[in-house]
Structures are given as structure tokens and as C-alpha cells.
Design a protein around this ligand. Structure first.
Ligand code: AKG
Ligand code: FE2
Length: 327
């Protein structure tokens, strides 16, 4: 392993150190089995039954506010996304609290992100059996992902899949052309799926290129997916109603409350308050001097030819369709 540009405190638990080092080297890490199968099953049933009342995606931005907390699940043929799951069910809240206060989870998060990190979104995601997948992408700057498997997941279908070491790539996913040109059916060849038993927890930087492989197995799969932000980074929090917030266990309350630990900006964003040392692992992955060259760096050179190839292909396809329509 190459020399790391960060120091972990001398008394760091070896498991916590392993997670931090893997995050730095690879961009994601399996934290461990944090919930048992009954606990994972309880979450799967609780949120799964709420997903029955699912709305089409088209209604998300027409019928609901951008920062509205109490959203229904939204879905399409591929997936169902149920945002803001904390506060919906008392037993489920205790299990979410158990994850976020777990010794390894909290220990590693505190070293990777520093103190005072906040939660943007705690959500449940179902990949339907006929899921056509999700293209590789990176999310917002500073965003950090936690994935919790709610069912045993031993193959690559219906789960998040990541490109190892892409979190420190010299080019961004979109610049490399990967986001536009690489179909989810091709992702299998070079991504690493989040697999394991129900209750397993994974960390990933949202800067690590990730998506979902096109499924061919006709079995749905559920995960919890959390998005966190460390101090010094900005996001638009959901506006959790006071009555819901007050009922949450302590750590969930700390993570989700908008009246503490956040400073409002003029543009609707909030900056996470706290000590910004700028040398946390989350900061280092954005630094040019630690970014690495990879085959993806060729993307910007290949992209213009891909554009040309696609327009020729679309032109020909159109032509043959017209010919067909006239015969
Ligand atoms: O649905 C998935 O597994 C991928 C979700 C994703 O892109 C994310 O959590 O940022
Ligand atoms: Fe994402």
C-alpha cells in the first residue's frame, strides 16, 4: 500500500484503520455486519410495505416541494426510492440509530469526515427485478454514501456497483464520457458490486464512480442508502417537521435537525458548521496532487469520436426507419 498522506491517531481501532485505509485506496469499504438478518428483515418489511403506495416520478417535482420532508415513495419500472425514512416507524428508527451509533460506523466516519457531519438523506431504495440499471456517475462535492443491504445479495444485480479507485481519478466521470456512453449492461466488466448478507454496511465516497448494473434475474433487491455531508461542505437539507424531529433518537436527531450545526446561505444551501481542518480524508480525495491517472483519462480524447459515431448511427437508423415506413 502506498504511503498515506494522513495520520490516524495512535489508539485507532485496527478495524477502523482498515476502513479508512480502504476508503483512501479504493473509494469504498465493507464496514461489517452491523445488523442481524432479523433486524434487516424488519427494515425491509417496514419500508417495503410503505413502498406499496408508490407515486410516479413525474409527480416528484410537480406535486411536492424540493425540501419537503414527508415525501411518498416515488418509482418507475426500474426502481422505487423512498426518501426520508427516519421518523416513519419507531422500531425502524431504533435500528437506524443502531447503525449510526455503531462503534465502527461512528469511529470511521469521525476519522473520514471529522466531527459534526450531517445527514442529507436517509432513504430506502428498491431495485425491481426488471431494473435496467443506473448509469455510472459521481454525486455532489463532499457527499458521502452509506449502503445497508436489507436482503442477502450475492450477485451483481440490483445493488450499487462501483469502479475501484475512481474516487481519485484525474478526470471526472462525466468528462471521461463514461456517464453518457457506458450502458449499465456493460458495467459488469469493471465495477465491483456491493454484495454480502442482509444487514451488511458499506461506505463509499459519492465521488467514486457508481451506478447499478442492468438486472437479468427478475428478483427485486432492497438497500438503505444514506447521504452525509461533513463540516465545511454545503447541501440543501430537507425541512423535517419539528414534531417528527423531537421524537427521533439522539443521533438521528443530531444528524437531521436543521436548527443546529448548519449555517444558511443566501442561495438555499446550508454549510455544515464545525472545525474545517481541510486535511481529513474526505478533503484529500479532492486534491489534485493525490489524483491518479487511469485509463479513464483517455475519455476526453475518445469522446469526440464517440459523438461522431453516435450521430452516424442515429442518422442511419432514422434513414432505415423512414425507408421501412414507406415500403
Ligand atoms: O441505487 C443505487 O444503488 C445507487 C444509488 C446512488 O447512486 C447513490 O446512492 O448515490
Ligand atoms: Fe449516486
Amino acid at each position: 500500500m502506498s504511503e498515506r498522506p494522513y495520520d490516524l491517531p495512535l489508539n485507532t481501532d485496527p478495524e477502523v484503520a482498515r476502513i479508512c485505509d480502504e476508503m483512501w485506496e479504493v473509494g469504498y469499504s465493507r464496514v461489517g455486519s452491523i445488523l442481524n438478518s432479523e433486524e434487516a428483515g424488519l427494515l425491509k418489511n417496514t419500508f417495503g410495505s410503505m413502498m406499496g403506495d408508490c407515486r410516479p416520478w413525474s409527480e416528484r417535482w410537480t406535486d411536492f416541494g424540493a425540501t419537503q420532508y414527508l415525501l411518498p415513495p416515488f418509482g418507475d419500472r426500474d426502481q422505487i426510492m423512498f426518501s426520508n425514512i427516519a421518523g416513519r416507524d419507531k422500531k425502524a428508527d431504533l435500528l437506524l440509530e443502531k447503525i449510526m451509533t455503531d462503534r465502527l460506523v461512528k469511529g470511521a466516519l469521525t476519522l473520514l469526515l471529522g466531527e459534526g457531519y450531517k445527514a442529507w438523506e436517509l432513504s430506502a431504495r428498491r431495485s425491481n427485478g426488471v431494473d435496467r440499471g443506473l448509469r455510472l456517475h459521481e454525486d455532489a462535492i463532499g457527499e458521502f454514501g452509506i449502503s445497508v443491504l436489507l436482503n442477502d445479495q450475492y450477485d451483481a444485480y440490483g445493488t450499487t456497483s462501483l469502479v475501484p479507485r475512481s474516487h481519485r481519478s484525474k478526470v471526472r466521470c462525466r468528462e471521461a464520457g463514461v456517464e453518457d456512453y457506458l450502458r449499465p449492461s456493460f458495467m459488469r466488466r469493471f465495477t465491483d458490486p456491493v454484495i454480502g448478507s442482509a444487514g451488511d454496511v458499506y461506505f463509499f465516497f459519492k465521488k467514486t464512480w457508481h451506478g447499478r448494473i442492468k438486472s437479468i434475474k427478475n428478483v427485486s433487491s432492497d438497500s438503505l442508502i444514506f447521504g452525509l455531508y461533513p463540516s465545511g461542505y454545503r447541501f440543501k437539507p430537507f425541512d423535517i417537521p419539528m414534531a417528527y424531529m423531537n421524537e427521533l433518537p439522539d443521533e438521528l436527531k443530531r444528524l437531521l435537525r436543521t436548527d443546529e450545526g448548519l449555517v444558511a446561505q443566501n442561495d438555499g444551501y446550508f454549510i455544515v458548521q464545525g472545525d474545517v481542518r481541510n486535511d481529513r480524508i474526505i478533503d484529500l480525495i479532492y486534491r489534485k496532487e493525490y489524483s491518479v491517472r487511469s485509463v479513464w483519462g483517455l475519455g476526453p480524447y475518445i469522446k469526440p469520436s464517440l459523438y461522431r459515431a453516435r450521430s452516424v448511427y442515429l442518422g442511419l437508423r432514422n434513414y432505415f426507419r423512414q425507408v421501412e415506413a414507406h415500403t
